[in-house]
Design a protein around this ligand. Structure first.
Ligand code: NAP
Length: 280
């Protein structure tokens, strides 16, 4: 199997190396707008060769689109214009907008909308790691609009990465990812900004930062090039959960002002029940 990865960053690079190591792919082609990224990917053995987009499409059995979600809206139709029987997947964090872009494309069936639910706060080919997806889940969206053989190939690709599959319609995907992923990034960006504003002395932050602080602001290191288009494409769902989050912060604030520590404790106890879901 020849796999072409368009966008050889954290996710594209990690998939490239995992698919090669698992034996799913015999040959990996990298396509990227940055020659520097492609050179790094070759040095790190994430890819076997780099090519221009059209050549990469023509030589591939499977094409993985792993650029930020805004650029996918022009790249995906262009890739579908050129494919014959190849399978195309994207790995984007938002789905409704992209699916809308290709819904009437004559090659729509060759495309399977895919979101591997794994990642880190780092970007670029230097951040790619082989075990990123191990044991995690992949969401496949609106599979009824994809050709059966294309879905089967994507199932095999997920199995090669040791990923479980969850099937969702694109709308539900975007609602749920707003809850489990997008809001935690906004919350982390906001916390980092708050502390940077309050604590002008950066050295102190570095000296005093405990594990708790580091883990809650970890996501604030994430790249704006990747995240702004996600917030733009999932704006309504993110606004909905952001309103809820702001209300919750306001409730904590009001209880502190009223010195109502009993209710404060009750809220923390309720928050603790997240353990039952996360530590399953
Ligand atoms: P990344 O590390 O920044 O990689 C993106 C790569 O695409 C970079 O090499 C970038 O080059 C390249 N690129 C940008 N525009 C391009 C274009 N027009 N043509 C070709 N290459 C282009 O980002 P990532 O974290 O891997 O994210 C990639 C996708 O995966 C996004 O759609 C994201 O929503 C999704 N995703 C991310 C995570 C996560 O946690 N990070 C998890 C699941 C899914 P430059 O360096 O020059 O910009």
């Amino acid at each position: 199997m020849v796999v072409t990865v368009v966008g050889i960053g954290l996710i594209g690079g990690s998939m490239a190396i995992t698919l090669k190591e698992s034996g799913f792919a015999k040959h990996i082609i990298g396509v990227d707008r940055s020659q520097e990224n492609l050179d790094k990917a070759i040095r790190r053995r994430l890819i076997d060769e780099d090519l221009e987009l059209n050549e990469g499409i023509d030589k591939a059995d499977v094409i993985i689109l792993a650029t930020p979600v805004d650029t996918m809206k022009t790249l995906l139709p262009a890739i579908l214009d050129r494919v014959n029987q190849q399978v195309v997947i994207d790995v984007g964090s938002t789905k409704v907008d992209l699916l809308e872009t290709v819904k009437s494309h004559p090659k729509r069936g060759r495309y399977v909308s895919t979101h591997p639910m794994a990642g880190t706060e780092y970007s670029g080919p230097e951040a790619a790691i082989p075990n990123l997806f191990d044991g995690r889940c992949t969401v496949l969206c609106d599979v009824e609009d994809s050709d059966e053989d294309a879905v089967s190939k994507v199932k095999a690709l997920c199995a090669a990465m040791n990923m479980r599959i969850v099937y969702l319609d694109a709308k539900s995907h975007d609602v749920h990812t707003a809850y489990v992923s997008h809001i935690s990034h906004i919350s982390s960006f906001a916390l980092a900004l708050t502390v940077l504003e309050k604590e002008q002395d950066e050295k102190r932050i570095f000296e005093l930062a405990s594990g708790g602080f580091s883990s809650t602001v970890r996501l604030a290191k994430s790249s704006p090039a990747m995240w702004v288009p996600i917030f733009e494409q999932n704006r309504d769902n993110v606004l909905d959960v952001l309103d809820e989050h702001i209300n919750t912060l306001a409730r904590f604030r009001s209880l502190l002002i009223k010195k109502d520590y009993e209710s404060f404790e009750a809220m923390i106890r309720k928050a603790n029940t997240i353990r039952k879901i996360i530590d399953k």
